[in-house]
Design a protein around this ligand. Structure first.
Ligand SMILES: CNc1nc2c(CCNC[C@]34C[C@H]5C[C@H](C[C@H](C5)C3)C4)c3nc(N)[nH]c(=O)c3cc2[nH]1
Length: 375
């Protein structure tokens, strides 16, 4: 029997490389494969936390970079932590902030010590070391914390990829020491190495030697073709412990999710379903539908009459088209709700398919549903 106060990962069935199971944590279980909705500034944009829970999400992402700048990590701790702040009582996973520093802030510098950057909000200078990143994630109350790492955008030259991968390994060790022993919580390492197989293997093996509770695959979904992303997953997978969760960062489209689950990934996060919803795009079992398109103006059908999500079942495409064209807030709300419900239904479908040993059929049926709509 696993200690209810600790973090444990159980695989209940496999189908090829794919696994289904759950992570047990004090704040609740995470059914895997899992899609983690993104809560950028302590909110899953346009959603009430109860809705996020009801559509099947077990865990959400918090955002270290934004929250350390506003309202501030120490202030969040004084307010009782991110769970109480945003009224989410399930597990929260936080990224380390490094990825965003690289993509959001100006005037940033990386050295052995950490990253130095200026806030994109008020221009103040900030310094984030591996130790400070873990401290911030702890102050937020994060249940699954990510090491500070350096993510290189692709395409990149091998020396740059190798340098960033080795730096990330040294930072992983520093994060492991800073995190210490926190029963019921976890710190995941992040495999780097760009699109260079031998660097990917070196990174995965070195992180495995640290004996961490989970392993993320980073440095992907940064501009490379899907084929390269999938090849890197296949390269890394054999060198990660099968008894620990694998988290593919920043991924992805419904097809990315299915292809990656088939290759042994357990956890995902992506802004796609929420951001697309705010831009009038609906993910459905009939494929992706752009509600801005005039062809929906008099279409009285809902997005998916078979869905159990009211946003997909009860509103006409004509109405959604009108809301999107009118830039109405309800349009963003309904499409975000629909998209997250679709993503969670896809994950639940994969979990059941793996348990029944029919994941390949499920993938084929899902893609067939998208293709039929296109025709
Ligand atoms: C899209 N492709 C991609 N993403 C990636 C991320 C961020 C994951 N999402 C967390 C995040 C990032 C932003 C947007 C939301 C909320 C919050 C700020 C945390 C998700 C990554 N994060 C880290 N630490 N390292 C990576 O290599 C990496 C690679 C990625 N490749």
């Amino acid at each position: 029997m696993t200690d209810p106060l600790d973090f444990s990962f159980t695989v209940s069935a496999t189908d090829g490389q794919a696994r289904t199971g759950h992570i047990a944590m004090p704040r609740g279980n995470i059914r895997t494969p899992a899609f983690m909705p993104v809560g950028t500034a302590a909110t899953v944009k346009a959603m009430y936390p109860e809705q996020v829970r009801d559509l099947g999400a077990d865990v959400v992402l918090g955002n270290t970079y934004h929250l350390m700048l506003r309202p501030g990590a120490e202030r969040m701790a004084r307010l009782g932590g991110l769970h109480r702040f945003m009224r989410w009582d399930g597990p929260i996973l936080t990224d380390s902030g490094g990825f965003q520093v690289m993509s959001l802030s100006a005037l940033r510098k990386i050295d052995e010590e950490g990253v130095t950057f200026r806030s994109h909000i008020d221009g103040t200078a900030h310094r984030m070391s591996p130790e400070r990143s873990i401290e911030i994630q702890g102050l937020l109350g994060s249940d699954i914390q990510m090491q500070l790492d350096e993510c290189v955008r692709l395409p990149a030259e091998r020396p740059e990829i190798e340098k960033a991968m080795h730096l990330s390994l040294r930072w992983a060790e520093r994060c492991r020491v800073a995190f210490g022993e926190q029963p019921g919580k976890a710190m995941f390492g992040i495999v780097q190495g760009g699109d260079v197989p031998e660097l990917r293997v070196e990174s995965a093996r070195a992180l495995t030697d640290l004996g961490l509770k989970g392993y993320a695959i980073g440095g992907l979904a940064v501009g490379e073709p899907q084929a390269v992303m999938l090849a890197m997953i296949e390269t890394v997978e054999p060198h990660l412990p099968s008894t620990k969760p694998r988290y593919l960062m920043g991924v992805g489209t419904p097809d990315d999710l299915m292809q990656s689950v088939m290759r042994g990934i357990d956890m995902f996060d992506c802004v796609m379903p929420t951001r697309a919803g705010r831009h009038g795009l609906a993910y459905t079992r009939h494929g992706r539908i752009n509600l801005r398109n005039a062809r929906h103006a008099e279409d009285t059908r809902p997005l998916d009459e078979a869905s159990d999500c009211p946003a997909a079942r009860d509103y006409s495409r004509a109405y959604l088209h009108h809301l999107v064209r009118s830039d109405e807030i309800l349009g963003m709300m309904l499409l975000t709700w629909n998209n997250l419900a679709y993503y969670q239904a896809l994950m639940a479908g994969m979990r059941a398919a793996i348990a029944a040993g029919r994941l390949a059929d499920f993938v084929a049926e899902t893609k067939d549903g998208w293709a039929r709509a296109e025709a």
